[in-house]
Ligand binder design. Structure first.
Ligand code: DAH
Length: 349
């Protein structure tokens, strides 16, 4: 008799189960049959306790088996239902797609590549060399002998133990303070004509503040041939400034001094922040200094074995961070090194 009732319940359950198709319907069915409070099968199992001991065993086994069967059927149906149609509220196909977060090149890299592109279009070759440098390339061959006062212009980071450089065999003793040593390295290996730029990192014993970092980036330039004049220098750098700032910017060459050039100059461009009227970016002068340059000093040609009576040339060196600060109107150089994505996403060419 007891088994009869279990059997009836099973038939009833099996008749009802297939009609529950959606997750909600399946849940309702589960509540009805297996719900902890009033589920039909829960009640059935509970009722066993009040039965005669003789009945208990067979009824208990049968009703537990039915309960388990019901659970398996409901689980399987739910899995089917979810596979066939994911719940509506979990997937709204009308939502706009999420944009993948794309990376981009660092602003300093973008500026460096822009400089490279401009000079490559003018026929320059891009070269690079070691950041660990020796005295000869960084100072001496650039007309700055051991006691030369110009060496004070740059606070140098010397390495405590000399490191051998692969190509020259010389003991390297410092972190290069400028890329000008690349002029020497290139001329030692190549005969004129020369038309190169050399981008790279340089190091100085500077404090870390809004306008100084102990490491920054320069691009060196060098042109050597017969008959190269100051006019070539001015024409080239003016063309560069126009290309770089994408406008007819006013420029001015100010006389300056570098031991490796004679004459020497610094190139200023009209401040992009205020169009020359004066603002905090240009310290209210209306001009921004972007590079040092000059005609290669004959002593430099002598150091590399070029005939200084036959060849002339010009050289220049610019700071990439400076150009980037001007281009983006940023006034703290440290922003470029802090890797704050909010900043990096904002500044882009
Ligand atoms: N080396 C200089 C500096 O670090 C920049 C420079 C000036 C490079 C004049 C040159 C040059 O090639 O001719 O500030």
């Amino acid at each position: 008799m007891a088994d009869d009732s279990v059997e009836r319940l099973q038939q009833q359950f099996e008749a009802e189960a297939p009609s529950a198709r959606t997750p909600a319907e399946i849940k309702a069915l589960r509540d009805k049959w297996l719900g902890r409070k009033n589920g039909a099968l829960t009640e059935l199992v509970k009722s066993i306790a009040s039965k005669q001991p003789a009945e208990r065993q067979s009824l208990g086994a049968a009703s537990n088996a039915l309960k388990k069967l019901a659970e398996q059927i409901l689980d399987a149906q739910l899995a089917n239902a979810l596979a066939a149609a994911p719940p509506r509220d979990a997937l709204d196909v009308t939502l706009p797609a999420r944009r993948p977060a794309l990376g981009r090149r660092h602003p300093l890299t973008q500026v460096r590549e822009r400089v490279e592109d401009i000079f490559m279009a003018m026929g320059y070759q891009v070269i690079s060399g070691p950041e660990i440098e020796d005295d000869w390339h960084n100072f001496e061959a650039l007309n700055m002998p051991a006691e030369h006062p110009a060496r004070d212009m740059q606070d140098t980071l010397y390495l405590s133990s000399p490191v051998p450089v692969p190509d020259g065999g010389r003991a390297a003793t410092l972190l290069r303070t400028h890329t000008s040593g690349m002029q020497i390295r290139y001329m030692e290996q190549h005969e004129p004509p020369v038309r190169i730029i050399a981008p790279g990192r340089v190091y100085r014993r500077d404090q870390f503040d809004a306008t100084h970092t102990p490491m920054f980036t320069q691009v060196e330039g060098l042109v050597v041939d017969e008959g190269i004049s100051l006019g070539d220098l001015k024409g080239t750098l003016n063309a560069f400034a126009e290309e770089f700032f994408d406008a007819r910017v006013a420029t001015r060459f100010r006389p300056s001094f570098f031991p490796y050039t004679e004459p020497s100059a610094e190139l200023d461009v009209e401040c992009q922040g205020c169009s020359g009227r004066g603002c905090h970016l240009c310290k209210h002068t209306g001009w921004i200094e972007i590079l040092g340059c000059g005609m290669v000093h004959p002593a430099v040609f002598d150091a590399v074995g070029y005939d200084s009576t036959r060849f002339t040339g010009f050289a220049f060196g610019m700071g990439i961070e400076r150009l980037a600060l001007r281009l983006y109107g940023v006034d703290d150089i440290r922003m470029f090194y802090e890797n704050d994505l909010r900043f990096l996403e904002q500044v882009s060419l």
